[in-house]
Design a protein around this ligand. Structure first.
Ligand code: XMP
Length: 511
């Protein structure tokens, strides 16, 4: 299998680079910049990409590439910091921009030399996304300039004979008009990748590996009904059939009919599926609690307790399976970001039950690849294409204390919103959309009577990675219809808001 190696120098778009490569059906992995040369040789890449990074290459403690990399005979593309690194390592010079105008952040016009293979087929000039304070002052021997902007004479550099290319801008972000073409040129014209990495390949290989690893052992999986754990369950059941037991904890914080739908999706498969109805105990544990982080902690702990009890009933397990996907793997290796919300998933489980090993069969796949695999494994589209749903469920969409009555109100309002969005054909243009129940009561008039009821908030966002998000520009007609239906069909609600806040400063969820 042909592979591209992405060496991570700490840039914020590294995940995106990997996605762009995979979109072209070329397999790639992101590894830290310090990956030892021997491992790189074993990885045997057909091309290497140096990512961007926050440091300056002339800072003595900045990360550097192993100089022996340049003698491997493998094409290299350096992006931003990676470009400066390439230039410096091969004898060029990099300097801090002397004036504000020489620093470039944001959309910039760049002129390309279309005779350079990297820019083959591109127009002579277009818009790119720049984000740098340093610039290449002197080219290394053998290199020439192949792109320039008003402030940056070396916006692109290349040594075509050795297959070394560097761009000062970010081809991986959408703002770079021809970014995808530039990466394609690198993959196919320069690295000569075949673009033959398919999901069918992955499926065959993964099933084989799981069988080899598990042998006659027993596997336990916490099935949340989310995309990742569902696809992991389907893949594992294909590999080891009823050696797999899935535990689905219905914590009562799910959306309308959700628990039944999950059970139905797995009904025809050869796996043991245990559904635990834990609604009452979750509600009890949450009773009287309105502080968001406490709610999250309680749900996380309760979940682990229920899961632990169930796994004790099942007996000794050899493998604990998790639906970890590649973004989780990359992110967990990237240092300590501030905890904005303590995300709850099954990540806490390994501490509490006895097992021999962890199985993470999706750990090298991106979300869209996981979805494709799910469809191939025969999971229904409604499950595989689902929008993300947080582990603590509706509890973090009810501001304040969670009660059964509030849950019922929210479930009904949310179902109406989702149904109408679907009717308007807009589900695919929103990354996530849901209703939340505010803790506000207000006066209204229904018929001829005064009401004093709850307010529902509607939230729909568009985003690439959920780190930032914008509110979706939904049509007024849709909002009008949803609002009308909610106040008419859901008792206890007399007001509907549409949330027009981006992330940041807000978050996607309410708590
Ligand atoms: P926020 O609210 O942090 O959400 O902007 C970003 C994305 O993460 C999801 N989310 C969670 N997912 N457990 C999860 O599995 C959680 O505790 C959790 N909190 C937020 C959220 O739905 C959105 O997609």
């Amino acid at each position: 299998m042909q592979k591209i190696l992405i060496l991570d120098f700490g840039g914020q778009y590294n995940r995106l680079i990997a996605r762009r490569v995979r979109e072209n059906r070329v397999y790639c992995e992101v590894h830290p910049w310090s990956m030892p040369l021997e491992e790189i040789r074993r990885f045997d890449p057909v091309g290497i990409i140096f990512t961007g990074g926050p440091r300056s290459v002339y800072d003595p403690t900045a990360p550097h590439a192993d100089a022996r990399l340049f003698a491997l005979g493998v094409p290299i593309l350096g992006i931003c910091y990676g470009c400066q690194l390439l230039a410096q390592a091969l004898g060029g010079s990099v300097s801090p921009a002397q004036t504000d105008t020489a620093r470039e952040y944001g959309k910039t016009n760049v002129r390309f030399d279309p005779s350079c293979t990297l820019f083959s087929g591109l127009p002579g000039e277009s818009v790119v996304w720049m984000s740098h304070g340093d610039y290449i002052a002197g080219l290394p021997e053998g290199f020439s300039r192949c792109a320039e902007s008003a402030a940056c004479p070396c916006a692109g550099i290349c040594d075509e004979a050795r297959g070394f290319y560097g761009v000062q801008f970010h081809p991986e972000v959408n703002h770079t008009e021809y970014g995808r073409d530039i990466l394609k040129n690198f993959l196919f014209l320069i690295c000569r990748a075949a673009g033959d990495w398919t999901m069918e390949d992955f499926r065959r290989r993964a099933v084989g590996e799981i069988r080899r690893k598990v042998g006659s052992g027993r596997v336990l999986l916490a099935l949340s009904g989310g995309v990742d754990s569902s696809v992991a369950a389907a893949l594992l059941s294909e590999a080891v059939g009823d050696q797999l037991t899935c535990v689905f904890v219905d914590h009562g914080l799910l959306r309308l009919n959700e628990a039944d739908e999950v059970m139905l999706a797995f009904s025809g498969r050869r796996l043991r599926l245990v559904r635990v109805d834990a609604q009452a105990r979750f509600l009890r544990a949450l009773s009287g609690v309105s502080e968001p982080e406490r709610k999250r902690k309680i749900i996380g702990e309760e979940f682990i307790r229920v899961f632990e009890e169930e796994s004790r009933k099942i007996g000794a397990v050899d493998f604990l399976a998790q639906g970890t996907i590649y973004p989780d793997v990359i992110e967990s290796g990237s240092g300590s970001a501030a905890v904005i919300k303590s995300h709850h998933n099954v990540g806490g489980l390994p501490d509490v039950i006895a097992f021999r090993e962890i199985l993470e069969p999706l750990r090298l796949l991106f979300k869209d690849e996981v979805r494709e695999l799910g469809l191939r494994l025969g999971l229904p589209e409604s499950l595989v294409m689902r929008q993300p749903f947080p582990g603590p469920g509706l509890a973090i969409r009810i501001i304040g204390e969670v009660t059964l009555e509030k849950l019922d109100i929210l479930r009904s309002a949310d179902a109406i919103f989702r149904e109408e969005l679907q009717r308007f054909g807009l589900t695919e243009s929103c990354s996530q959309y849901f209703a939340a129940l505010t803790n506000m009561h207000s006066v209204g008039v229904m018929g001829d009577a005064r009401s004093y009821d709850c307010a529902v908030a509607l939230r729909a966002v568009t985003t690439e990675d959920f780190m930032t998000a914008d509110w979706a520009r939904l049509p007024y007609d849709l909002l009008d219809r949803v609002s009308n239906r909610i106040v008419n069909e859901v008792p206890g609600v007399n007001r509907v808001f549409y949330d027009v806040t981006a992330k940041p400063p807000a978050t996607v969820e309410y708590e």
